[in-house]
Ligand binder design. Sequence first.
Ligand SMILES: C[S@@+](CC[C@H](N)C(=O)[O-])C[C@H]1O[C@@H](n2cnc3c(N)ncnc32)[C@H](O)[C@@H]1O
Length: 420
Amino acid sequence: MQGRSLVVAKSAADCLEGRDRALAMELVNGVLRWYWKLDYLLNQFLKKPLRNKEQEVKLLLLMALYELTELSTPDYAVVNEAVSASKVMGKQWAKAMINGVLRNFIRDQEACLKKMESNQEAFYSHPYWLIALLKQDWPEQWQAILQANNQRPPLWLRVNAAQNDTETYKELLQEQGLSSSLHPFALQALKLDQGVDVTSLPGFEKGQVSVQDAGAQLAACLLDVHKGHRVLDLCAAPGGKTCHVLELEPEIESMTAVELEENRMSRVRENLHRLNLKAELIVADASDDAWWDGRQFDRILVDAPCSSTGVIRRHPDIKSLRWEEDIKSLVNVQQKILQQAWQMLDPGGKLLYVTCSVLRQENEAQIAGLLSTHNDAVELNLIEEGSDEWGVACQHGRQLLPGENDNDGFYFCCLSKPVE
Ligand SMILES: C[S@@+](CC[C@H](N)C(=O)[O-])C[C@H]1O[C@@H](n2cnc3c(N)ncnc32)[C@H](O)[C@@H]1O
């Protein structure tokens, strides 16, 4: 039930305004984040399972349990509001049941939460298939990854390097009473210590700053773009990395951004417009070369569609919307896109493969596949000699895990094609 119903609830919450919207989003995102835990708790107190047509009542109970377990709303207020909401929803039949379930939970919660520790799906609030994959891929780190995925994400900004240095913008924020902190190796990144309407940030409309996770900001730096380069950004929407590359090196020869979905490409257009940047935008499928004129590129960024398992804390609905079966088809598309990209790379050029996944089959296994079929591909070191280490070294490339330095989880690998 959870996937569809919660996504519908999220769209409904999105239509509200002001404080109502904020509370509704908090409740929906909270239930999305803690679904497996809340569902377990609910099942301990229901006398019989709720039928399919009673899913709205189930959602109401899950939201009430979320408030009781994760928020500081007083218990009596949660129970009263849930009972009143059932009347508004025309579900009077459920009043006594809702009252009973919530009161029993309040009374027995300590013992119930203790019992839940032996159920990993509920304890870590993730679907079991994902817990199993994380255990397999990250035997040392899987618990830390699961815990990081359940945190609230911070708000990271990217300072426009063409307009300001990061320290100067940090001072501008401070003058407005907004404190922020730097990231140890994402040089344009600032983490805001408080939530804020980003459109009110100094110079936002003039493109001085954008919202982008600090981990995502590493991509443009690792791509190592210089004056005169022809750059290709495959899978570009919403254009965060396209814009970052252009901010770092305004004197490139050209930027071509390819994206499959027209409606997502409009986000790239909007971002370029606000930041006063230019790129050639092509709506096309990057897994074939029908759109390509045959001229090779000096730099190619492949920010491949993936399971998004590195950005779950920012998008908790991923846990409900993704299924294990999806991974196989994503791996197939990634492989095709990577193969196409390789033929588009000029000898002497560099290709950076990025995903926001923490699954090895989408990351280092893809690179191993490319290296085994292309003996002209050479893996490059991502960390310059003498520089500080970041992330985890994989068989190929490096993995930034979610929560590390408070950034989201990303995988990076850089390949070069030597001049013949
Ligand atoms: C991880 S997102 C890219 C994020 C973007 N690089 C940024 O930094 O803002 C992946 C994008 O790939 C697009 N995509 C998926 N399959 C594709 C394909 N076959 N060809 C081109 N784009 C594709 C998705 O619509 C999505 O916008």
